[in-house]
Design a protein around this ligand. Structure first.
Ligand code: G1P
Length: 289
């Protein structure tokens, strides 16, 4: 059986919904309390057994590479000052058994194109794709849940959740038939349909397990919604050749690509952060009064 060890992180997006902060910094580096969004995504991947992280980067994304690099000067400084706890925090950002590959996506041609950029690093093996702006609070993590399903099913799987019917235009939407609790067979998939024509309100969220056949499919996909090469269209082509499943995960998602979701995540994670939870919760309570 093919064990999945590679994760693709498309991080080349322009982050226009978070301008002006994303003018010169990556949206994936926005913090939820004190850790950047990309760190949560990487931790979820590592928790699912992933050992190779493939970042598809673009302009203004240098901070991501720096973040996962060893910071010699900072570490020496912290060592000299005896700040051992912070030193440990820095050193645990990336466990030593995990490696990173960075591939530049020269032009923002779409999510499908970003995934295709990872091809040289994928060696014809199944892989996962994680969109860091979908932060999902779950234990075990959503990817670990999905890999368990993959181990039984050996086919591509997209994570899904029900959204309000008027929100279909923000997501890939599937038409799917139930196989068992939480597991569906995808019969159609459409990128961001208007509510009037959406096949359902079951939306794809940013976690995918894909067989390598997707790469050949993406190579043939024409620009779709928004003039971009869409991963959704690649998956629609993949379905013609292989079974694709939809998995209704256990967990709570925060859409950190939106300001509201991002702020909600910050509040929830602050309320359980060991350093500030008590003070923050007292402050929140006092505000209500
Ligand atoms: C992308 C995908 C979409 C998916 C969504 C999940 O859209 O194209 O199919 O439902 O991620 O977050 P984006 O949010 O990047 O516009």
């Amino acid at each position: 059986m093919n064990k999945i060890t590679k994760a693709v992180f498309p991080v080349a997006g322009l982050g226009t919904r978070f301008l002006p902060v994303t003018k010169s910094s990556a949206k994936e580096m926005l913090p939820i309390v004190d850790k950047p969004l990309i760190q949560y995504a990487v931790e979820e991947a590592i928790g699912a057994g992933i050992t190779e992280l493939i970042f598809i980067t673009g302009r203004s994304k240098r901070a991501i590479e720096d973040y996962f690099d060893k910071a010699y000067e900072l570490e020496t400084e912290l060592e000299m000052r005896g700040k051992t706890i912070m030193l440990e925090v820095l050193r645990s950002i990336l466990p030593t058994h995990v490696s990173c590959i960075y591939i530049r996506q020269a032009e923002a041609l779409g999510l499908g194109h970003a995934v295709l950029c990872a091809k040289p690093a994928l060696n014809d093996a199944p892989f996962v794709v994680i969109l860091a702006d979908d932060l999902i609070d779950a234990s075990p993590g959503v990817l670990a849940q999905m890999i368990k399903v993959y181990e039984q099913q050996q086919s591509s799987i997209v994570a899904v959740e029900q959204v309000a019917p008027h929100e279909t235009g923000f997501y890939g939407i599937v038409d799917a038939k139930k196989i068992s609790t939480g597991l569906l067979r995808v019969e159609a998939i459409v990128e961001k349909p208007d509510p009037a024509v959406a096949p359902s309100n079951i939306a794809v969220v940013g976690r995918y397990i894909l067989t390598p056949t997707i790469l050949a499919c993406l190579e043939k996909v024409h620009p779709g919604k928004g003039g971009e090469i869409q991963l959704t269209d690649g998956i629609a082509a993949l379905m013609q050749q292989e079974q694709v499943l939809a998995y209704q995960y256990q967990g709570r998602r925060y859409d950190c690509g939106s300001k509201l979701g991002y702020m909600q995540a910050n509040v929830e994670y602050a309320l359980r952060h060991p350093e500030i939870k008590n003070a923050f919760s007292s402050w929140l309570e006092a505000r209500k009064a």
